[in-house]
Design a protein around this ligand. Structure first.
Ligand code: NAP
Length: 263
């Protein structure tokens, strides 16, 4: 049994992770947290998830909750994830992290905190998107002179922009092109002709779960690679695979390419 602790268990991803972990035969939900002051703190996590009591209390202290588990899952805020990382580093617990929107400084601090434990960090846990990273890189290797634009669309509640996935797609394209390019976030006004750059555009509307388009524009043709997530389950199912991976892995920073054997 892999003992799993979910931080932010009332959140959109946290609640889905909590419910799926409860359904898995080889996993047990042994701990859960929410933001201090959250209405769910002190309640049974099963009640918060709407599945009836399971005998695990939602705590506000991640350190206390993490003590019970093997792997801590975080789809929360950068600040909360940093707290979890410090706790996991000190307690020797593995981590699966989907939180996006870290500043460079926060990311460095995060990596330092979990340097002695196994950790899968991915801006997108969907199997399809991780394949898209690979395909985008391979297409860029061939279409070297083409203009690349990345368009991402998410629900109106998403807090950071552009998406972590869009940033990773830009990195994959740059690796494929084999050179550095300026990244332009949207365009406005008299910007002049397109230069040597990658454009990233963030759409926010309604309940869009997550869409990414990588457009390669040449003279007389255009290729578009498109991924559409129709439900958060795509991310949550990938995160379950990451939990199993972390439970067996040695200390180190991994991503979904390691989990899926795509490297
Ligand atoms: P959400 O619904 O806002 O969930 C975040 C949860 O964390 C909320 O319940 C929030 O509580 C809680 N939280 C905040 N501070 C906390 C703390 N100190 N301790 C415990 N819990 C705390 O957001 P979401 O849509 O699930 O997304 C969460 C993160 O995952 C975002 O960064 C998003 O971009 C990312 N994400 C990644 C993937 C992926 O595949 N990697 C997929 C989807 C989303 P309050 O609402 O009360 O503040």
């Amino acid at each position: 049994m892999i003992k799993v602790v979910v931080q932010g268990v009332a959140g959109r991803m946290g609640s889905l992770m909590g419910r799926l972990v409860l359904e898995e035969d080889d996993m047990a939900l042994v701990g859960a947290t929410e933001r201090p002051g959250h209405i769910g703190v002190g309640k049974d996590v099963g009640e918060v998830l709407g599945v009836g009591k399971v005998g695990v209390e939602v705590k506000e202290d991640i350190r206390e909750a993490a003590r019970e588990g093997d792997v801590v899952v975080a789809f929360t805020t950068p600040q909360a994830t940093l707290e979890a990382a410090r706790a996991c580093g000190e307690l020797g617990k593995g981590m699966v992290v989907g939180t996006t929107g870290f500043t460079e400084g926060q990311l460095e601090e995060f990596k330092r905190a979990v340097s002695e434990v196994p950790c899968v960090l991915s801006p997108n846990f969907s199997v399809g998107v991780n394949l898209l990273f690979k395909v985008a890189q391979e297409v860029a290797e061939v279409l070297k002179g083409y203009d690349v634009e990345i368009i991402e669309a998410h629900h109106r509640f998403k807090k950071d922009a552009p998406s972590g996935t869009a940033k990773r797609l830009a990195e994959a394209v740059l690796r494929g092109l084999g050179r550095e390019l300026r990244v332009v976030h949207g365009r406005e006004g008299l910007v002049g002709e397109r230069g040597e750059e990658i454009g990233i555009h963030a759409v926010r509307a309604g309940d869009i779960v997550g869409e990414h388009v990588v457009m390669f524009g040449g003279m007389g043709e255009r290729i578009e690679l498109v991924h559409r997530a129709s439900s958060r389950e795509a991310f949550a199912r990938g995160a379950l695979r990451a939990i199993r991976f972390v439970a067996k892995a040695g200390p180190g920073m991994y991503d979904m390419w390691d989990v899926l054997g795509l490297r």
